[in-house]
Design a protein around this ligand. Structure first.
Ligand code: PLP
Length: 397
C-alpha cells in the first residue's frame, strides 16, 4: 500500500474539535456545543438531573407525538419515552424483550443486518419468531407481510427497521403499519437511523413502540437509547422482560415513581442530548434536519457519480442517511488505500456490510453540511489521484 502524497495530508480537514469528520452510521460528528454541555457532574438523585431527564423524555416523545413532528413541545398524548442506558442495540433488545410476551410470536422483517440482529435477539431471549426476508437492495413488502399475518394466527407482533442502515434503504413504514393494524397485530419499529430526520407521526402510523438512540439523527453523543411507546401497550408489559437490566417496564415505573433511573444514568450523555435537542429545535425539528440531510445526500451522490461511482440503490429507495456505493472495478482502485487516504485528509467513511455486492458506505448524517460534504468530495478526488486514477473510476484508464 502506498503512503499518500504530501499534498493530501497538507489539506487535512478537521472539525472544530480537531477530529476527523465521521461520515459513518455512528458514532457521528457532534457540535462543539453538544460536547461542551457535558462539562458537569450531576448525581443521579439531584433534582436538577431528575428534571433534566423528565424534560428530555417529554421532548423525545413530542417528536413523534405532537402531530407536527417538529419537536416544538406539543402534547405527546398517549406516548411515553423510556430511556435505556447503552448503545442503540440495547434499546432494540429492551423493546423486543418487553413487548413480545413469552407466549407471543413476532414476525421479523429482514432486509439487512439490523433486521437479522432482531432475530438473533429473539434467539437469545427465547422468543418465538418467524422471518420474512428480502434482498438488501429491496424494500420490505407490505403485501407479503399481510399474507404472512393472514396465514399465521400465532403472530402477535411485527418488527421492522425504518431505514436499514446496512444499505441505506428506506422501508415503507406507513404501509407496513397499515398492513399490521388491518390484521389486528402490533408493530415494533427500529427507527434508529431515521428518528429525528424522517417523519414518523404516531397519529398516522400505529405502533406499540419505536426504538432509537441519542447519537444518530438527533446528533447527541453515544451512550443512551430510548423507546417511545404507546402508554397502555407499555403498561401491559409488566413481567415480560427476560432481562433485569433491559426491563423497560421497570425503568418506566421507576421514573414515574421518583423520577430516577434504576441504575447509574449516563448523566453527561443526557446533558449532551438536552443540548442536541435545543439545536434540533433551532434547526426546525424533523423538517429542518431532514432538509439538511437530503441536501447532504444529494450533494454526495451527485459528486460521487461525477467521479464514476455507482450507488447500490435507485434514488427513490435511498434514505438521506447513508449511501452505499458499489466497489468500482477500476484496476487501480484499492479500498484500503482509498479509506486510509480519506482518513488522513480528515474524513472517515465506512466499509460495506452487504451480502449482495462488494461495497462501501458514506454517511450524510451528524453535524455535517454543504461545506463538509463538498470537502469530502474534494478529498475523494485527491484520494483517487493518489491511487493513480486520473479520470473516472468507471473508465478503465
Ligand atoms: C445504529 C443502528 C442500531 C444500533 O446500533 P448500535 O451500534 O447498538 O448503536 C440499530 N438499528 C439500526 C437500524 C441502526 O442504524
Amino acid at each position: 500500500m502506498k503512503t499518500p502524497s504530501k499534498s493530501t495530508s497538507a489539506t487535512a480537514a478537521a472539525s472544530p474539535s480537531g477530529d476527523p469528520y465521521l461520515l459513518t452510521p455512528g458514532p457521528l460528528t457532534t457540535s462543539l456545543s453538544v460536547k461542551q454541555a457535558m462539562l458537569r457532574d450531576y448525581g443521579s438523585r439531584d433534582q436538577s438531573f431528575i428534571d433534566l431527564t423528565a424534560r428530555v423524555l417529554r421532548r423525545l416523545a413530542a417528536i413523534v407525538g405532537d402531530g407536527a413532528g417538529d419537536g416544538a413541545g406539543g402534547d405527546p398524548g398517549d406516548l411515553v419515552a423510556v430511556p435505556m442506558q447503552g448503545s442503540g442495540t440495547f434499546a432494540v433488545e429492551a423493546m423486543l424483550g418487553c413487548f413480545v410476551p413469552a407466549d407471543g410470536k413476532v414476525l421479523i422483517c429482514i432486509n439487512g443486518a439490523y433486521g437479522r440482529r432482531m432475530a438473533e435477539m429473539c434467539d437469545y431471549n427465547r422468543r418465538a419468531y418467524s422471518t420474512l426476508e428480502w434482498a438488501e437492495d429491496t424494500p420490505v413488502d407490505p403485501a407479503q407481510i399481510d399474507r404472512q399475518l393472514r396465514d399465521d394466527d400465532a403472530i402477535t407482533q411485527v418488527a421492522v427497521v425504518h431505514c436499514e442502515t446496512t444499505s441505506g434503504i428506506l422501508n415503507p413504514l406507513a404501509a407496513v403499519a397499515e398492513a399490521v393494524a388491518a390484521r389486528g397485530r402490533r408493530l415494533l419499529v427500529d427507527a434508529m437511523s431515521a428518528f429525528g430526520a424522517l417523519p414518523l407521526d404516531a397519529s398516522t402510523v400505529a405502533f406499540d413502540a419505536v426504538a432509537a438512540s441519542a447519537n444518530k439523527c438527533l446528533e447527541g453523543v453515544p451512550g443512551v437509547g430510548f423507546c417511545i411507546a404507546n402508554r397502555s401497550a407499555l403498561a401491559s408489559t409488566e413481567g415480560n422482560s427476560p432481562s433485569l437490566a433491559l426491563d423497560l417496564h421497570a425503568q418506566w415505573r421507576a421514573l414515574q415513581g421518583n423520577g430516577q433511573w434504576r441504575f447509574t444514568p449516563p448523566t453527561q450523555v443526557l446533558l449532551a442530548l438536552h443540548q442536541a435537542l435545543d439545536e434540533f429545535d433551532q434547526e426546525g425539528g424533523v423538517a429542518g434536519r431532514g432538509r439538511r440531510y437530503r441536501r447532504n445526500c444529494k450533494l454526495l451522490i451527485n459528486g460521487m457519480r461525477e467521479f464514476g461511482f455507482e450507488t447500490l440503490l435507485a434514488d427513490e429507495l435511498q434514505a438521506p442517511v447513508i449511501v452505499t456505493f458499489r466497489m468500482p472495478a477500476h484496476p487501480r482502485f484499492q479500498f484500503d488505500a482509498f479509506y486510509e487516504n480519506l482518513r488522513e485528509q480528515g474524513y472517515v467513511i465506512y466499509p460495506g456490510k452487504l451480502t449482495v455486492a462488494d461495497s462501501f458506505r458514506i454517511g450524510c448524517i451528524g453535524r455535517l453540511g454543504e461545506a463538509e460534504m463538498n470537502g469530502a468530495l474534494a478529498a475523494v478526488r485527491r484520494a483517487l489521484d493518489s491511487l493513480g486514477i486520473d479520470g473516472r473510476v468507471d473508465s478503465h484508464t
